[in-house]
Each structure stands twice: as structure tokens, then as C-alpha cells.
Design a protein around this ligand. Structure first.
Ligand code: FMN
Length: 186
């Protein structure tokens, strides 16, 4: 009789907690991104749809105007920031609680073959140790490799996953890449 009651209690516990456990599991993937003109945001949403992850917009305290983004102008805000490796544009918005995530994708537009400096601000403002950090980017044609190499050199203590340029990449290719990352996680 006692055993039967214990069994019933265990079944009841599993039923009431199954939903919570599934939710915790869903929270394992985060797609954090910065996008100045919307392209990387669209790639991030696609990636979140494929991975079942949550999206988080990395938001600069001061938004970038068209003049700020003018790479022909050496004195534009983006030119000034990108020519200074120590530049750390401030962030706006609610600070992310990174604790619940095992995999964090970090997306950005390629600027001068690098990640925008606001990505450095984001990395340095959050405790990302022990997580798999996976860069992705969009660009006008440049690859992602140089920016990834630079991030790895700046933050060697982080566990970096294989980065990917998502320019016009189809769902099947994205899925093959995210599956490789998930396999490495196990
Ligand atoms: C300041 C600045 C620098 C850029 N530098 C590069 C570059 O070095 N190589 C490249 O292929 N595209 C470059 N681009 C183009 C962007 O990477 C591309 O348009 C990107 O998809 C924009 O993403 P977003 O809409 O999410 O901001 C640059 C754009 C800006 C504004």
C-alpha cells in the first residue's frame, strides 16, 4: 500500500513538473544581436525560429543615425569607434540575465571587417564564462572569419563555437550548423 502511494506521489510530481522542466530546457538557447539597419535582426529571428531560442536585442544607449553609419566619412561615429579598439559604446535596456542559457549566439553586422564595438560592451558587461558563445553576422560581402579571430583573441577565456555568416543562407544550411553546435554541447 505504501509503495502504491509513493508511486502515485511520484507520478503526480512528474506531471506537475514536466511543463517547468520543458520550459527550462527551452531557455537554454539565446540569440543576442545588434543590428543597425535591420538585416542582422532578420537573421537573428530566423535563427531563433530554427533553434527555438529567445531573441535579445543588444541596444546602444545612443541609436546610430545614417550619418553615424557613413563609412565614407572618417569622422562619422562608426568610423571613430571602429578606429579605436578601446571604444565601448554604452548599452541601453534591461541587462540580460545570462544565467539560464547554455548557448548564446551573438550576432552583428560586419563593420570594417570586425564586430561593432558595442558587441565588446555587451560581452564585457555579462558573465558569459562556461557557456558556448557562437558568433554570427551579416555583411555586404566580407566573411566573418576576421571578426571571429579578433573576438577570440580579445576574450580567450570564453568557449567559442563555430561562427557563421548568415547572408542569404537557407534554412537547411543554418540547421546543419546549429546541429553541429548542439552536438558539441552534449
Ligand atoms: C560602418 C559600417 C561598416 C561596414 N563595413 C563592412 C565591411 O567591412 N564589410 C562588409 O562586407 N560590409 C560592411 N558593412 C555592411 C554591413 O555589414 C551590412 O550592410 C550588414 O548586413 C548590415 O546589418 P544591419 O542591417 O543589421 O545593421 C558596413 C556597414 C557599416 C554601416
Amino acid at each position: 500500500m505504501k509503495a502504491k502511494t509513493l508511486l502515485l506521489a511520484m507520478v503526480a510530481f512528474l506531471i506537475t513538473n514536466a511543463h517547468t522542466m520543458a520550459q527550462n530546457d527551452d531557455k537554454r538557447v539565446l540569440v543576442a544581436y545588434f543590428s543597425a539597419t535591420g538585416t542582422t535582426a532578420r537573421a537573428a529571428e530566423k535563427l531563433a525560429g530554427i533553434t527555438g531560442g529567445e531573441c535579445y536585442a543588444i541596444t546602444p544607449a545612443q541609436p546610430y543615425t545614417d550619418a553615424d553609419l557613413d563609412w565614407h566619412d572618417k569622422r562619422s561615429r562608426s568610423s571613430v569607434e571602429m578606429s579605436d579598439p578601446k571604444s565601448r559604446p554604452a548599452l541601453a535596456g534591461k541587462k540580460l540575465d545570462a544565467a539560464g542559457y547554455a548557448v548564446i549566439f551573438i550576432g552583428y553586422p560586419i563593420w570594417w571587417d570586425l564586430a561593432p564595438r558595442v558587441i565588446n560592451t555587451f560581452i564585457e558587461n555579462h558573465d558569459l564564462k562556461g557557456k558556448t558563445i557562437v558568433p554570427f553576422a551579416t555583411s555586404g560581402g566580407s566573411g566573418i572569419d576576421h571578426s571571429v579571430k579578433s573576438l577570440k583573441a580579445e576574450y580567450p577565456e570564453l568557449n567559442w563555437g563555430e561562427g557563421k555568416l548568415l547572408n542569404n543562407l537557407g534554412e537547411a544550411s543554418i540547421r546543419r550548423w546549429t546541429d553541429r553546435i548542439a552536438a558539441g554541447e552534449k
